[in-house]
Design a protein around this ligand. Structure first.
Ligand code: CO8
Length: 258
């Protein structure tokens, strides 16, 4: 498997575990981390033996944001001219599911990175925030948009304008995270959840991910139409025949991904 500078990648059966590994900077996201992440996710997506990925950080920090030291001297031309941070959107092009397993700080770009994943499992130590306003800037990797869709305008606006952090329990109540688990169990629980997903029919996994994401990106009528067409299309797969036959015969499905 490829070696990376700022992340660790490990395969646990059909689950790819990606760990951000820049401990000296609390996993701050610089250009090299982005390059490593995109390469690792592309390799995961292309590997037919892998069904679901988990992206995690350290106990102290999932990621404390974009690298402030890297950005400090940049001007408008450097930012706008290179469309800085646009590369992160490539993470959302991953077709198989990616679960964010967040312990400790997920701030700024770290919170935005977690929200680019398909869902977030949080340790009871997790803290989410968009503190960019304290640096005289704003979210720049989708945070102002995804946070509103996740927790509603009131909480998102308060967080962006004050930079205050949201603890795990509040994040679960607000719908930002799917579940909170004890910090010591976070990675195991995320890998177990990912293994459950990796055990489903692969085409149905991709279709479910695509249609739930359509709810984020389209209006209701268009989203429902998209869901129905994909649902119809799944009836052209062998795994639909297998899954329904297995139910009738009271046994587990044996998926072929066809
Ligand atoms: N960038 C670079 N280095 C960082 C970052 C960061 N985001 N966060 C922490 N570090 C470094 C620290 O500088 C320190 O390094 P050193 O030991 O060399 O001084 C090391 O990590 C440890 O950090 P602390 O000593 O500060 O650890 P504490 O436990 O005292 O504090 C905090 C932890 C509260 C997380 C604190 O580090 C902090 O506030 N970090 C910054 C959080 C932040 O503001 N994040 C947002 C950054 S901006 C962003 O992500 C969005 C970019 C969008 C801009 C769009 C422009 C187009």
């Amino acid at each position: 498997m490829a070696e990376y500078e700022n992340i660790l990648v490990e395969q646990r059966e059909a689950v790819t575990l990606i760990t951000l590994n820049r401990p000296k900077a609390l996993n701050a996201l610089n250009a090299q981390v982005l390059a490593d992440l995109i390469a690792a996710l592309a390799a995961f997506d292309a590997d037919a033996s892998q069904g679901c990925a988990v992206l995690t950080g350290s106990e102290k920090a999932f990621a404390a944001g974009a690298d402030i030291k890297e950005m400090a001297e940049m001007g408008f031309a450097d930012m706008y001219g290179t469309d800085h941070f646009a590369g992160y959107e490539r993470i959302t092009a991953t077709r198989k599911p990616v679960i964010a397993a967040v312990a400790g700080y997920a701030l700024g770009g770290g919170c935005e990175l977690a929200m680019m994943c398909d869902f977030i499992l949080a340790a009871d130590t997790a803290k989410f925030g968009q503190p960019e306003i304290k640096l005289g800037v704003s979210p720049g990797m989708g945070g102002s948009q995804r946070l509103v869709r996740a927790v509603g305008k009131a909480k998102a606006m308060e967080m962006c304008l004050t930079g205050r952090m949201m603890e795990a329990e509040e994040a679960e109540r607000a719908g930002l995270v799917s579940r909170v688990v004890p910090a010591a169990d976070l990675v195991e629980e995320a890998v177990k959840t990912a293994a459950t997903i990796a055990g489903m029919a692969p085409l149905a996994v991709k279709a479910n991910k695509e249609m739930v994401n359509a709810a984020f990106e389209t209006g209701l009528a268009q989203g429902i139409q998209f869901e129905r067409r994909l649902f119809h299309a799944l009836f052209a797969t062998m795994d639909q025949k297998e899954g329904m036959a297995a139910f009738v015969e009271k046994r587990a499905g044996n998926w072929t991904g066809r």
